[in-house]
Structures are given as structure tokens and as C-alpha cells.
Design a protein around this ligand. Structure first.
Ligand SMILES: Nc1ncnc2c1ncn2[C@@H]1O[C@H](COP(=O)(O)OP(=O)(O)O)[C@@H](O)[C@H]1O
Ligand SMILES: [Mg+2]
Length: 285
């Protein structure tokens, strides 16, 4: 059974998508069979794994996305003249990773996801139900979430064992954390059979500004909050590097991004090893 982790922070721009893409590449490289689910209608993760060109082609060819998992049916197409029930295997893009021998699979998103969830009643468990059918085929399932709390957050909770919280060290970084804590606590109370917990907080310096005094104060505040709540804080910080936005554009793992510095690659590799250990993935390899 795969270990499933949602990347969540109610703030945007903290690095959820960047880390999801890079952890996915790292897992692929380490030989963990990985499925990435893009649950953000903005679809940045789909674009950075597939490259923007391939992603646009995917949409133009009217290939399925995570939207079909929530709709539970596939619309009529050239091959099938009437709608039919969705099979999660139809929605998975195989070998979406960078390497030739990639075993990284992707369930892409699309902007219409937010529209199709305007009427969300009863849809919150559909993703989890679909993933349960393929969970045996993977070691790791990574779910990238949108910053606002919605039925998509709940769908991610139902589909996850762990939540990873990327935090950008900046003024007021701690504000969203109690909200997230409460949201997870409430979820666990309402769903006693389900175990969801935070596997850790990772500091991601998504702007060079967060390396300054404001950033240092914020790190202290977040660490204090984490200690109060007994949350793990990852030792490795992901520091600012212009190679991260570049990796998204190039569709590359950080280590294969053009002109990347060795320290940046090494640092990310340290973080991903720490992450695999924290979720218990590294033990059986
Ligand atoms: N460590 C980093 N160094 C430099 N830029 C980063 C870093 N992490 C993220 N970014 C950039 O910051 C922006 C927001 O990151 P993103 O991963 O999209 O955040 P989120 O998914 O939380 O909204 C993107 O342009 C991304 O390329
Ligand atoms: Mg994002």
C-alpha cells in the first residue's frame, strides 16, 4: 500500500507545488513508484511535470484529468460515443517523470476543476475511493493542494495519511498554522476510522527576502508553534535559488536544471531523504 502525503498550507506561494514536483522527481530517482495528484485548479504541478507544451496538448486532445474523478464519468469522445464510468487508470498519465526509465505517474488537473466543484455535495470521498483502487501499485502518493480550504482540502484529507506543511519564513507565517491544525483535528474527530497527521514542517525560502532578519524571526515563531503542537520540523531548509522557478519552466528535477549549483542539488537531496525517513518510506528500501 502506498504512503500518501498531501502538501498543504492555507497560504499560497510557500512552495507546495515546487516541493511536490521536486520530491516526486527525487522519489522517482530513488526507485519509489510514485503517483502525483494535482488537486490545484491552477495546474502548476501538471505543467511543471509534463512541461507547459505537453500539458496544453493533453488538454487540447481532451484527455481526462482529476475533474473526471470527481465527476465519475468520462464525456463522449472520438473513441467512445457515449459517456462512460471513469476508471482511474484512464486518468493516470504514465511515465510523467524526467528520466527515460521514469515510473512517475501523474493525475493532472485543469482550471475547470473549481467550476465542477461548485456543487460539491457528496464528492469529498471520490478521490480517496479512486486512489484506493491503485494504492497497491505505488510506494508513494503525493497530493498537491490549492491554498484555500474547500472540498478539495477535504478530498485530500480523505486520501492522505500525512500532511507536509511547507512554510515560507516571513512576517505572519504562523497565522495559517493554527487554522490548519484545527482543520485536521476536526477532520480526525469526524472521521475516527481515519488517521491523518502532520509529518512535518519544512522551511522553504521561496524569496531571497526570507533569508533576512524578518525570516529569522519567523523561523523562531514557527518553531515555537511547532513545539507547542508537537509537530516535527525538518532540519534541512530549502533555501532560495533561482533554479527552482527555472526547474518548473524546464520541467526538470532540480539536479538536472541548467546551471544549477551543486549545493542546491545537495540540499534538496538532503531534504528528500529526511522526508522519506519521516514518512517511513526509507525503512523498507
Ligand atoms: N526555494 C525556492 N527558491 C526560489 N524560488 C522558489 C522556491 N520555492 C518556490 N519558489 C518560487 O516561488 C513561487 C511560489 O512557489 P509555489 O511552489 O508555486 O508555491 P505554492 O504552490 O505554495 O503556491 C514560484 O514561482 C516558485 O518557482
Ligand atoms: Mg501551488
Amino acid at each position: 500500500m502506498a504512503i500518501s502525503v498531501s502538501f498543504i498550507n492555507m497560504k499560497g506561494g510557500v512552495g507546495k507545488t515546487t516541493l511536490a514536483a521536486q520530491v516526486a522527481h527525487a522519489a522517482d530517482k530513488a526507485g519509489y513508484k510514485t503517483l502525483v495528484v494535482d488537486l490545484d485548479p491552477q495546474s502548476n504541478l501538471s505543467q511543471s511535470l509534463l512541461t507547459p507544451e505537453k500539458y496544453v496538448r493533453h488538454l487540447k486532445q481532451r484527455k481526462p484529468t482529476v475533474v473526471q474523478i470527481f465527476d465519475r464519468y468520462m464525456p463522449p469522445s472520438d473513441e467512445h460515443e457515449s459517456p462512460r464510468e471513469v476508471d482511474i487508470h484512464d486518468v493516470i498519465v504514465k511515465k510523467a517523470g524526467y528520466w527515460h526509465h521514469s515510473r512517475l505517474d501523474l493525475i493532472p488537473s485543469r482550471l475547470e476543476l473549481s467550476h465542477s466543484l461548485k456543487n460539491p455535495t457528496g464528492k469529498e470521498r471520490r478521490l480517496a475511493k479512486a486512489l484506493a483502487k491503485v494504492s497497491d501499485e505505488y510506494d508513494l502518493i503525493i497530493i498537491d493542494c490549492a491554498p484555500t480550504e474547500s472540498i478539495l482540502t477535504e478530498a485530500a484529507y480523505f486520501s492522505s495519511r500525512y500532511v507536509l506543511v511547507p512554510v515560507k519564513p516571513e512576517f505572519m507565517a504562523t497565522i495559517g498554522l493554527p487554522l490548519l491544525a484545527r482543520s485536521i483535528e476536526e477532520f480526525n474527530m469526524e472521521n475516527e476510522d481515519h488517521q491523518l497527521s502532520i509529518c512535518g514542517i519544512v522551511f522553504n525560502h521561496s524569496s531571497s527576502y526570507s533569508e533576512g532578519p524578518e525570516g529569522r524571526q519567523s523561523i523562531k515563531d514557527v518553531k515555537a508553534e511547532a513545539k507547542r503542537r508537537d509537530w516535527h520540523v525538518f532540519e534541512t531548509h530549502v533555501h532560495y535559488s533561482a533554479s527552482y522557478p527555472k526547474s518548473a519552466r524546464e520541467g526538470t528535477p532540480i539536479g538536472n536544471t541548467s546551471y544549477v549549483r551543486w549545493e542546491v542539488t545537495k540540499e534538496f537531496s538532503n531534504f528528500s531523504s529526511e522526508f522519506f525517513r519521516a514518512i517511513g518510506l526509507a525503512e523498507d528500501k
